[in-house]
Ligand binder design. Sequence first.
Ligand SMILES: *[C@@H]1O[C@H](CO)[C@@H](O)[C@H](O)[C@H]1NC(C)=O
Length: 356
Amino acid sequence: MAQQTPTLLLFSLQLTIFLTIIHTGESSAKVPAVIVFGDSTVDAGNNNGISTMLKSNFMPYGRDFEGGKPTGRFSNGRVPGDFISEAFGCKPAVPAYLDASFTIKDFATGVVFASAGTGYDNATSDVLSVIPLWKELDYFKDYQTKLRAYLGPQKADETLTEALYLVSVGTNDFLENYFLNPRSSSRFGTIAQYEDHLVGLADKFVSELHGLGARKISLGGIPPMGCLPLERNRNGLRGGACVEEYNNVAKEFNGKLAGLVVRLNNRLPGIKVVFSNPYDELLNIIQNPSQFGFENVAVSCCASGMFEMGYMCNRFNPFTCTDANKYVFWDSFHPTERTNALLSEYVVKDCLAQFL
Ligand SMILES: *[C@@H]1O[C@H](CO)[C@@H](O)[C@H](O)[C@H]1NC(C)=O
């Protein structure tokens, strides 16, 4: 007992130091800001004020978010951009650029330009009238002007250079566009040709971001999209099997994105792009849910769990589950906050650690 006391003391001292570091906030931050582009995997509410059907700023979305607030995030709580920001010592929830309750003071340490439903392809954002990726970049330029006015040009440029940029997009190009829209498939030919087209657009996007000053960039892979409840349940079988064809497309596309990341790092001076691929980890969770404490994987928490998202996942539906932590998916297309936390932890440890 007496021997253990020094250890215990040392441990509690370490804990105190650790907690102090957490509480001092800004001084422990590993990057000055986290800047997020992409789709509903990382949107924090940019769709709230635009005229699209694809929204989530109502209950039960956000019921496990701080204050039980439906912010427009497509989950019961936080999304990966929030967890990654927190892991980098920045704020625990990164605000949406179009949310009028925040100002440049808030955005100076992190901002989200993502829009649910968007894709690399302009035709994808057209499907549900959401913000196209090129327009997310326009908003970013607008942000830069405001940041320079707020911080002064020198500090602003330092922030823009040192910030961590997250890009998470691509699933909708397949699920919302290519597989559903005969015009896209006839225009772009085979799925392999469409993947190549998207990789070209990803190249253009990251190059433009680099041209605007970004240096530390995380390019996200796409998930095993054939296992999203919407796809599993599409043929009306509750809890059907994953659509292997879609998973194979995601794997193939991710392989091409990984190749792009190598080329970008070789081509663009001063850039450090990291490929953040959640595919394997999410598939691992989906195939071994109980190892992670999940009880439901083929159907989601919200409503019947088979096909609802957005307006169909609303507070009047009596079937919504009570404990989202038991589910891998929150609605038919989006992970629960717990899954988002697990995936973010994995991505930070396995992919983004070099930026820490
Ligand atoms: C997407 O639309 C924008 C705005 O109209 C345009 O500048 C851009 O070239 C388009 N991208 C492609 C690949 O057509």
